[in-house]
Design a protein around this ligand. Structure first.
Ligand SMILES: [Mg+2]
Length: 190
């Protein structure tokens, strides 16, 4: 499988951004919950797998959604360098279920080179379940996402999902996966 970068799109949280890592750090630094590790997040719906006050969970995700830069959200290892190398071949496309585009646009602008950022396509859907039709309309054939339900829907619609391996998506599927950004780079290499 060799992927033309022009046909590849990316989810942001859990793929480009280390949202799980940021969640754990904020839980520790701001709420004193120090026992949490990434492996404890075994469900995409964090409320279902962590024995943690729902109000705190919502407050942390609220911060990550409203001001990801201020919340200290970091890119995944190698994400920025691989995105720049892919951007040399085709504009980057991001489709996120985040409700607001502006905070995550500022986050991308902070980490991407100005020329790369200027040419991105960024769609903030607000919901998970309409991603498929958008991704199809954008002409994408491959999409990297960490939410299994989204990946299954993409596969049903004829788009090849690449499940970005995370503790919350490891079980119960036989879809193609990537472990890290080096894997993504390798799939796109000529
Ligand atoms: Mg995600």
């Amino acid at each position: 499988m060799k992927i033309n970068p022009a046909h590849l799109g990316f989810d942001i949280d859990g793929v480009v951004a280390d949202t799980g890592g940021a969640f754990i750090r904020i839980a520790c630094e701001e709420y004193g919950i120090s026992s949490l590790t990434l492996e404890d997040i075994t469900s995409f719906d964090v409320v279902d797998c962590l024995d943690m006050d729902q109000g705190i969970i919502e407050a942390i995700f609220g911060r990550l959604l409203d001001d990801p830069l201020d919340a200290g959200l970091q890119p995944m290892q190698d994400a920025v360098s691989v995105l720049h190398s892919l951007a040399a071949k085709a504009p980057l496309t991001f489709v996120t279920a985040r409700p607001h585009e502006e905070p995550i646009a500022r986050w991308l602008e902070h980490f991407l080179q100005p020329d790369t950022f200027k040419s991105i396509r960024l769609i903030a859907m607000g919901v998970h379940d309409r991603k498929t039709s958008y991704i199809k309309n954008l002409g994408l054939k491959y999409f990297v996402d960490d939410r299994l339900q989204t990946c299954r829907k993409l596969a049903e619609a004829g788009i090849t999902p690449l499940v970005y391996n995370q503790p919350w998506n490891k079980n119960g599927h036989d879809l193609p996966t990537v472990n890290n950004w080096q894997d993504i780079q390798a799939l796109c290499a000529e």
